[in-house]
Design a binder for this molecule. Structure first.
Ligand SMILES: *[C@@H]1O[C@H](CO)[C@@H](O)[C@H](O)[C@H]1NC(C)=O
Ligand SMILES: [Zn+2]
Length: 388
C-alpha cells in the first residue's frame, strides 16, 4: 500500500512539474476587466502610482503604502513581506538610502514554506531621479497596476481550486504551486547606469534569498529556488510594443503567453487590436487588418538566440540560475526615460490588453480552468460599456 502510494505520487508529480493548462474560450471571455481602475486621474489601481516615487522619498513611501493597502483590503489571503536594504548612491552624499521591496505571496493552504514552487510576477515601482518631475508611467507604474489587477483577478479562483483539491483529497498528490508578486524598489540608476548604481532592490533581494535556507527536506532549498519562473514586466503601456523571446530556456513559457495572446485577439478581447469591434465600427473599410502581435517571436528557432539581454531587475536572479521571462519591448517605447513618460502618454487600450494577457497567462499557469465564477456574475464588457 505504501509502495503503491509512493508510486502514485511519483507518477503524479513528474508530469505535473511544469504543468500548464489552457483556459477555455468561455473563461477567457469572462476574465474580469479592470473597469475604471486604470484611469490615470481617478483609477483605484493606477492613479496613486502616477507620481514621482524616487527611492527614499515621500512619494515612494506613499506608493508603497498604496500597494500595502490594496493587498490588505482586497487580497487578505496574500502574505505580505517587506524586504529592506540600504545603500549609498552617487547622489546621496554618503548617506544611506532605504530600499523597500514588497513581496505578496499566495500559497496553497497548509503547505510548508519550502514546498511551494512559485510563479513570480515582477515589476519595479521606483521612478527615476531625473528629469525632475519624471513619472515613469510605462517605467513601471503601469506594469505595477497590471500585476495588481492580475493578482486580484485570479484570487477567488485560487481559493476555489484549493478548496476543491482539499475536498477530493488531491491536494497532497500534486505539486504545490503558488504565485508571488514582487514590487521592487531602486531599479533606476541615480546618476548613470552601472553595476553598482542600479538594481538596488533586486540585488539585495536575490542575494538574501539565495542565502536563506528552508527547513531540511524541503522540496526547494531557498526562496530563490522556489521561483519556478520569474516574469518581469517593464516599459509596458505604449502603443504597438514588440517583445522578443530573450531566453531559450524559457521559450516554452513565452510560447504559452504568445498563444494566449493570439487566442485573446481571435476572440475579439484585445482592445488595441485594429480588428476589435469598437475599432472596426469607427472606420469605413471593415476589412480585417494584420494583427500587431505584442509577442512576435513564438516561432523563434533554437539557433536564433545570441545570448544578448537587457539589463533589468532579472539580472541578479538570472545570475543565480533562476528561469526568467523578460517581458520588455525592443525597441524601447520612444517616451523611455523622457519627461513625456506620464499618464497622458499611456495607450490605455494597450495597458488593458497587457493586464488581460498577464491575467490569462497566470490563470493558465495556475491551472484555474473551471474555477472562475460564471460569466454572468462578473463585470463583463461589451461594446465598450461596462455592466455588472
Ligand atoms: C522595513 O521598512 C519599512 C518601511 O520603511 C518599515 O515600516 C518596516 O518596519 C521595515 N521592516 C523591517 C523588518 O525592518
Ligand atoms: Zn527606467
Amino acid at each position: 500500500m505504501e509502495l503503491f502510494i509512493m508510486l502514485l505520487r511519483l507518477l503524479c508529480l513528474l508530469p505535473l512539474a511544469m504543468a500548464y493548462r489552457t483556459l477555455s474560450d468561455a473563461t477567457l471571455k469572462g476574465l474580469p476587466t479592470p473597469g475604471n481602475d486604470f484611469d490615470i486621474t481617478t483609477g483605484a489601481l493606477l492613479a496613486p502610482v502616477l507620481r514621482p516615487r524616487v527611492s527614499g522619498t515621500e512619494g515612494s513611501r506613499a506608493v508603497l503604502q498604496h500597494f500595502i493597502d490594496f493587498f490588505k483590503m482586497e487580497l487578505p489571503e496574500w502574505r505580505l513581506e517587506l524586504h529592506n536594504s540600504s545603500s549609498t548612491t552617487p547622489t546621496s552624499n554618503g548617506k544611506p538610502v532605504p530600499f523597500v521591496n514588497l513581496i505578496a505571496t499566495r500559497d496553497p493552504p497548509n503547505s510548508g514554506v519550502g514546498d511551494v514552487g512559485r510563479l513570480a510576477l515582477v515589476a519595479h515601482y521606483d521612478s527615476k531621479l531625473e528629469p525632475v518631475g519624471f513619472i515613469g508611467a510605462i517605467d513601471s507604474a503601469a506594469p505595477c497596476a497590471m500585476l495588481m489587477h492580475a493578482a486580484r483577478s485570479v484570487d477567488k479562483a485560487l481559493t476555489k481550486k484549493w478548496a476543491a483539491m482539499a475536498a477530493d483529497g488531491t491536494d497532497d498528490l500534486e505539486d504545490k504551486k503558488g504565485v508571488q508578486i514582487l514590487l521592487l524598489d531602486g531599479e533606476e540608476a541615480f546618476k548613470v547606469w552601472t553595476a553598482t548604481d542600479s538594481l538596488y532592490g533586486s540585488r539585495a533581494l536575490a542575494e538574501e534569498w539565495e542565502a536563506t535556507f528552508h527547513p531540511a527536506a524541503s522540496t526547494y532549498k531557498t526562496p530563490l529556488d522556489s521561483i519556478d519562473l520569474f516574469v518581469l514586466l517593464d516599459l509596458l503601456g505604449s502603443k504597438g510594443p514588440t517583445v522578443p523571446s530573450y531566453f531559450k530556456t524559457t521559450h516554452w513559457a513565452y510560447k504559452h503567453m504568445a498563444d494566449v495572446e493570439r487566442r485573446l485577439r481571435n476572440l475579439g478581447l484585445f482592445k488595441s487590436s485594429p480588428n476589435h469591434a469598437l475599432k472596426v465600427a469607427k472606420r469605413k473599410n471593415k476589412n480585417k487588418r494584420a494583427e500587431p502581435y505584442f509577442l512576435t517571436e513564438a516561432n523563434k528557432g533554437d539557433s536564433a538566440y545570441y545570448g544578448g539581454y537587457i539589463e533589468d531587475d532579472h539580472v541578479p536572479f538570472l545570475a543565480r540560475g533562476v528561469e526568467v521571462l523578460h517581458v520588455i519591448p525592443s525597441p524601447f517605447p520612444h517616451v523611455w526615460h523622457d519627461i513625456t513618460d506620464d499618464g497622458k502618454h499611456l495607450d490605455m487600450d494597450t495597458v488593458e490588453d497587457w493586464a488581460r494577457l498577464v491575467t490569462a497567462f497566470t490563470a493558465e499557469w495556475m491551472e484555474l480552468e473551471g474555477f472562475f465564477d460564471a460569466r454572468t456574475k462578473q463585470k463583463v464588457e461589451s461594446a465598450g460599456k461596462s455592466e455588472l
